[in-house]
Design a protein around this ligand. Structure first.
Ligand code: ATP
Ligand code: MG
Length: 275
């Protein structure tokens, strides 16, 4: 049973072509071929276009290997498209920028440094003085529930706590754009719910633009203003679905019929390989 909510969903297959796009993040006919012309040539991303408005939280959802990480790397300027362009705030992304915050599945903290020093690490990496940022770094750690753990080393923290440190590190220099690649996929379901709440709270407070890659339909719906569904590899965006829930959102919305209808709709859009 499809509820009235589904009528409000937008499907890019029927929407007008978004080419010649403009937005805070503008991905315009981007394609990625690894090892072009070689024996191991792989088309990871087929020509695809989408935009993200300033302050929007958008998730990328799609089957394993469909090109989500590849697309995110190109938005981050960590990889170059074979064709097409990515621009952020009107400037082409040709190299990584210090004003992007990036989080990966593995929090990759420096094991010999404390939680606080890990949060401050981006400044050291950019050869900037750390002292003016210490109060903010401490406040961020307190806000994610790590008040008593500023001086703990990563090995003294749980997986969820390490991810909280990584969230603080990604937010410490107030990035305009936050890019996250399955940051919570290695966590158990309860910790993952907790991390979703933490991320939601931080995002609502700081209101950055965010692109979040996930395999989890529920996580995408809970967190996002829009969910983009990618096809199987070579991945391209095949559905662009607005998520209508007001903010702030509590975890209880996951129990509503509307939430489950949207999840069902997204599930129907995801192409699975035949088994
Ligand atoms: N550096 C690379 N060199 C060659 N091929 C690559 C490279 N990076 C990714 N690929 C290929 O591109 C395709 C897309 O990979 P990608 O990591 O973007 O998928 P994904 O959607 O993030 O998958 P997952 O959900 O499993 O993380 C895969 O076939 C992968 O083997
Ligand atoms: Mg990936």
């Amino acid at each position: 049973m499809i509820s009235a909510a589904i009528d409000r969903l937008v499907d890019v297959e029927t929407a007008a072509s978004p080419s010649g796009v403009s937005g805070y993040v503008a991905v315009d006919r981007v394609r990625k071929i690894f090892n072009p012309g070689g024996r191991h040539e792989v088309e990871a991303v087929a020509p695809t276009s989408f935009t993200v408005t300033s302050g929007e939280f958008v998730s990328l959802l799609g089957p394993s290997g469909c090109g989500k990480s590849t697309l995110l790397m190109m938005v981050a300027g960590l990889d170059r498209p074979s064709e097409g362009t990515v621009s952020v705030a009107g400037r082409p992304m040709t190299a990584p920028r210090a004003d992007n915050g990036i989080m990966f599945q593995d929090p990759t903290l420096l094991p010999w440094k404390s939680a606080l020093d890990n949060v401050l690490f981006p400044f050291r990496a950019m050869n900037q003085p750390v002292a003016p940022h210490i109060d903010r770094a401490k406040a961020l750690l307190d806000a994610v529930g790590l008040a008593g753990f500023h001086n703990h080393k990563p090995r003294q923290l749980s997986g969820g706590m390490r991810q909280r440190v990584a969230i603080c590190r990604a937010l410490v220099f107030e990035p305009e754009l936050l890019l996250m690649d399955e940051p919570f996929s290695a966590l158990d379901a309860i910790t993952r719910d907790e991390m979703n709440l933490v991320l939601m709270k931080m995002w609502e407070e700081h209101h950055r633009t965010a692109i979040f890659v996930t395999h989890s339909i529920r996580e995408a719906v809970y967190l996002s203003d829009r969910v983009l569904v990618m096809s199987q590899r070579p991945g391209r965006v095949i559905a662009d679905v607005k998520i209508p829930f007001a903010r702030p959102r509590s975890l209880e919305i996951e129990e509503s019929a509307e939430f489950n209808d949207i999840c069902g709709y997204l599930r129907s859009k995801i192409q699975h390989r035949p088994v």
